[in-house]
Ligand binder design. Structure first.
Ligand code: F6P
Length: 569
């Protein structure tokens, strides 16, 4: 049994943070002017990530108190408990060992948890997945008509989708020529219909990715995909319309990733082509397990191992770096400061990298399914606010949409800005615009100029006097003032390599964990998604025409279902 949570709000550090907050006045202009060493002192390196925390609303004293808080809630012990396989997922009585998926091969002592040789099992499945990926990439793996795979369709949802989608987009420049991966997740039939519409069944491989192999969306989509495969192959004369031929088609065109191998076999997939993982890998922490099979195929096993090495770099940093310079610890504590003291409700993540377009969506599951809780791991109510809303879009698109509110709205929105120095597609604007953009301008530099400008504008703003000095008519001066003191963290890396992507993901995994520890919550269960799932199955008969089931609904739900039944096409 894991130790009970410490109530952070009763610690001496929390009390001092409270006093500190009452006297606190954010003054980024003043702080930077008075302290030339601020940027250097508040910037840290973790692996390849350069992280500038200096534009946050903190003083040295704030950070010292936050670090003390981390010690007083026993964060060091909790980190060790996670890495060593204690059952810190209390409500499911499970170890939490996504970090074991990326341990260096041959690490001693070996990790043995609950009698399981974790290292050996991880290595075996990684090897099996890698060999399969190579077979697909080389063309050795073929469909029923002996044609190599051209399109991989990953069918999964939540953690069995968001991680692979995000990394696929992030690493697309590494995609093997002639291969493509598509992702089907939604039970809205539009998703599978559109993603398969133009595919050749003879060159398509489906990966059914589901930890439980019991998720309604995934299993429904897998059946739809199987029916599509049979229908198209039969229509093309590629297979006979009989059970043996159909079974052979499924075995050649479907593989699975799951912890429930018996269910995989019942679906008709050859267990030899099922890649396993374990109950100690949470769905939202599973992109670095065999859930990443589509990625190993798309980018190759070597790139996948490089991705794992990136995760490992940040794991080691998190486990060993003193808290004063431990980036995930500091970023997690800053989020606590904003959520619990400065009253922030949301947190923006703004990648200045189109390849990271799905990173905010990925983080939404990671952070909000993990920390959107109101009880602690001993079942008692939380004692403070938890779980901010994470959201975001890539820059510069967001600048032309919602940045207005971040710059001049009434709400405090801490934001993480992420950029890389070397673009995947270095392009120049040969002509320029004859004004601001010079002929031959490096477009990535224009892009980065926006990245640098935004955090500067948010931090330092523009005073009324500065606005007036530009000759602005007095009546519109207030509308053109920027208050500044809008906190940001800037994260930079040399390039979006597989390793850097792994580092970014691990960074946010550990930030999420730090916040969970401070709040005393189990960041690894997700009971909040259960009720809606159960009710959907109960309501389904009413939707399909069962009047008794319809009458059993509350009046609002019944009216909505009646609307549907009247208007369905
Ligand atoms: O939405 C709840 C959830 O259990 C997520 O935690 C998980 O990532 C997703 O469903 C998919 O689950 P599975 O991989 O078992 O299909």
């Amino acid at each position: 049994m894991t130790t009970p949570p410490v109530d952070a709000t009763t610690t001496p550090a929390w009390g001092e943070l409270h006093t500190h907050y009452q006297e606190f006045r954010g003054d980024l202009r003043g702080w930077f002017a008075a302290d030339p060493g601020r940027a250097e002192r508040l910037s840290h390196t973790a692996g390849d990530l350069f992280v500038d925390l200096s534009k946050n609303l903190v003083t040295d004293e704030t950070l010292e108190l936050l670090v003390r808080l981390a010690h007083e809630v026993n964060l060091p012990e909790r980190i060790e408990a996670m890495f060593t396989g204690e059952h810190i997922n209390v409500t499911e009585d499970r170890a939490v060992l996504h970090t074991a998926l990326r341990r260096a091969p041959g690490t001693e002592p070996r990790l043995v948890v609950d009698g399981q040789d974790v290292d050996a099992d991880v290595a075996r499945e990684l090897e099996k997945m890698s060999a399969f990926a190579e077979q697909v990439r080389s063309g050795e793996w073929t469909g029923v008509t002996a044609k190599p795979v051209r399109t991989v369709v990953n069918i999964g949802i939540g953690g069995s989708d968001l991680g692979p989608v995000m990394v696929y987009e992030a690493l697309k420049p590494y995609l093997k020529e002639g291969l493509e991966v598509r992702f089907v997740s939604n039970i809205d039939p539009t998703d599978v219909a559109q993603k398969t519409a133009d595919l050749d069944p003879e060159t398509t491989l489906f990966i059914v990715a589901s930890k439980t192999f019991g998720t309604l969306e995934t299993l429904t989509n897998a059946r739809l995909a199987r029916a599509w495969l049979w229908e198209r192959l039969i229509a093309a004369g590629a297979i006979d319309d009989d059970d043996d031929a159909k079974q052979a088609a499924v075995r050649a065109h479907f593989v699975a990733v799951s912890t429930a191998l018996d269910k995989v076999e019942a679906f008709g997939i050859d267990p030899a082509n099922a890649f396993g993982f374990w109950d100690w890998v949470g769905g939202r922490y599973s992109v670095d397990s065999t859930i990443g099979t589509s990625l190993a195929i798309a980018f190759g096993p070597d790139a996948f191992r490089e991705l794992l090495a990136g995760f490992r770099t940040i794991d080691e940093h998190f486990r060993t770096q003193p808290f004063e310079s431990n980036v995930p610890v500091l970023m997690g504590l800053l989020n606590v400061w904003y959520t619990n003291f400065l009253g922030a409700h949301t947190h923006a993540v703004l990648p200045y990298a189109q390849q990271l377009s799905r990173f905010p969506a990925y983080l939404q599951q990671l952070t909000m399914e993990s920390n959107g809780k109101s009880v602690r791991w001993d079942g008692s109510p939380v004692t403070t606010q938890t779980g901010e809303v994470f959201w975001g879009e890539p820059g510069t698109n967001g600048q032309h949409a919602f940045y207005q509110l971040i710059h001049q709205g009434t709400r405090l929105i801490p934001a993480d800005f992420i950029a890389v120095a070397t673009p995947a597609y270095p392009l120049t604007d040969v002509e320029g615009d004859g004004k601001a953009v010079q002929p031959g301008a490096d477009v990535h530099e224009l892009f980065l100029a926006n990245f640098f400008a935004q955090t500067k504008a948010l931090a330092f703003g523009k005073t009324a006097d500065e606005v007036r000095a530009e000759g602005t008519p007095e009546e519109i001066v207030p509308a053109r003032v920027f208050s500044g003191n809008r906190p940001t963290t800037s994260i930079m890396a040399p390039a979006l390599t597989p390793s850097v992507v792994g580092q970014l993901v691990a960074l946010y995994e550990h930030i999420t964990f730090v916040q969970g520890v401070v709040w005393g919550i189990d960041s690894f269960d997700q009971w909040g998604v259960e009720l809606g799932k159960k009710l959907a199955l109960e309501i389904a008969p009413a939707v399909s025409g069962d009047d008794a089931a319809l009458e059993a609904q509350d009046s609002s739900t019944a009216a909505l279902i009646r609307y549907y039944r009247t208007h369905r096409g």
